[in-house]
Write a protein that binds this ligand. Sequence first.
Ligand SMILES: NC(=O)c1ccc[n+]([C@@H]2O[C@H](COP(=O)([O-])OP(=O)(O)OC[C@H]3O[C@@H](n4cnc5c(N)ncnc54)[C@H](O)[C@@H]3O)[C@@H](O)[C@H]2O)c1
Length: 335
Amino acid sequence: MILISSFNNYKKLMKIAIMGEIHPDGWEVLKKSNFECFEIKNFEANNLKEELSQVEGIILRTANLEGNILDHCKNLKIISRHGVGYDNIDINYLNKNNIALGITSTSNAVSVAEHVLTCFLYLTKNIHLSDKFTRDGKFNDKGDLPNFFELFRKNVVIFGFGRIGKAVAKRCLGFDSNVYVFDPFVSEKIIKELGCAPIDKIDGLKIADYISLHLPLNTKTKNFISKKEFSLMKKTTIIVNTARGGIIDENYLYKALIENKILGAGLDVFNKEPPDKVNPLFKLSNVILSPHNAALTLECRKRMAVESAENIKFFFKDKNKLNLNNIVNKLELEI
Ligand SMILES: NC(=O)c1ccc[n+]([C@@H]2O[C@H](COP(=O)([O-])OP(=O)(O)OC[C@H]3O[C@@H](n4cnc5c(N)ncnc54)[C@H](O)[C@@H]3O)[C@@H](O)[C@H]2O)c1
């Protein structure tokens, strides 16, 4: 008896690295499932090579993990993204080396969709100017405020109709907007069943009062909105990008805004993150910015921490409970 229990005590626990801070609820999941988990705060290459050398799983926030680092992770079986985008990882490397990639597919959509609506309303209602007028004693000068607008019966055009695009559509339909969708990979039937109308890219750009982008960033979607696209938009168009920097060409966005070719823009994501302090967009008043935190409501942080930890728990300890929609490269891995 004594021998067995001491053997169990010394049985090595699987090591899981948590790259970046996650909500304590996620730690709880891993600890209760008997993993040895530790947080990595220093993302310099040499430190990563050392700290990751023995791990079997990684929870990854936004740091880049390149193949030259992963080459040092001989025991690695799964990377679980705390989020849904995975442009910070070399998926081809993972496929070649039979490493699973998890995402938190059920966690993010609501938080990001609410952020999009916040940007739409902020840019439309000029609420910050009304607030300033009221505080400054200009109550009776309200006629001097610029026009502000409604979402009611306006054309909202959504590019990318996946989890977040659908959540944005649902909320805009609640405002009685006309919601149009461009997504060549989603059937017209599904788009219509969800109360929206399919539209092609050019027509969508021409009729949009509001545009929201929900595409992945890849070679085909890089600069998806650039010079030509801005030239098609109405002067009253508001565009919001919570997807990935690089999908909008920031130089042409700046030109469109400064030349009043469109009304305003909301950006949660940037070409380069963190963006340079001297980014010219920061000087414009018809832009609302946020530091890539559309998915970081407290509720969403908890959900992402738990879901990314559960991906690891179920992957190693109970494959039947693993949400297969969360494993991006399941075909190659034959789970
Ligand atoms: N700002 C944040 O905090 C935050 C949080 C979560 C996700 N994101 C980003 O939001 C985006 C959407 O996430 P999601 O969970 O909805 O992804 P998703 O995979 O569910 O949906 C993406 C959709 O884009 C469509 N698509 C792909 N290429 C297209 C193209 N060329 N034209 C039109 N449609 C195209 C796909 O068919 C799919 O329906 C991703 O870029 C993701 O990285 C950002």
